[in-house]
Design a protein around this ligand. Sequence first.
Ligand SMILES: [Zn+2]
Length: 191
Amino acid sequence: MAMTKNGFPNATLEQIHWLSLYLRLPAGGVAEEFPTESACEDRFRQIRWPDGLICPVCSKKDFGNLTSEKFYPCRNCKTQVSDTSGTILHRRRLDLGVYFLLSAEIVRYETARSIPSGHDIKDRFGLAYATAVRLKKNVTRALTEVDGGLLGRCICVRDLTLPQDIDFGSDDHLIWLQGEDQRRRWRSVGI
Ligand SMILES: [Zn+2]
């Protein structure tokens, strides 16, 4: 089977990837789970630095207070470290909240296998068309990483444990996920 357009080895693995992310999105939506920019920043920091911030230059963990430009000065080598340095969000112009919402939107679209157009994203987030197209491309690519990469891990808050008797990446895996999706829909309407 040919590789999918998003670079997955086959269509089953790609569907498993997006549906797994989709089922782990917050039940009430990303905007409700992370209502403010600082809630998004806290989440990003927790995912990016689970063991606390480490200086990329000297590997020490001794920092001064967060500056108004959102840098942590390393007390040892004076490097200014930010939460997003070395990630696709480095030098971002948009709020983290926009990336979170857009990521959830892309996961939803890819799961439903209907891709958002640049115009959809431009209108939804009030961006210039060229920015919307570039953003969609970069965020989609980032979300294809294992567990959705950094952004995927930020927005995926719910547990989803594959039963032990099902092999990862198998047709049964996809069928189990689709069943899980269906069970949730039934639960949400009280069946
Ligand atoms: Zn340092």
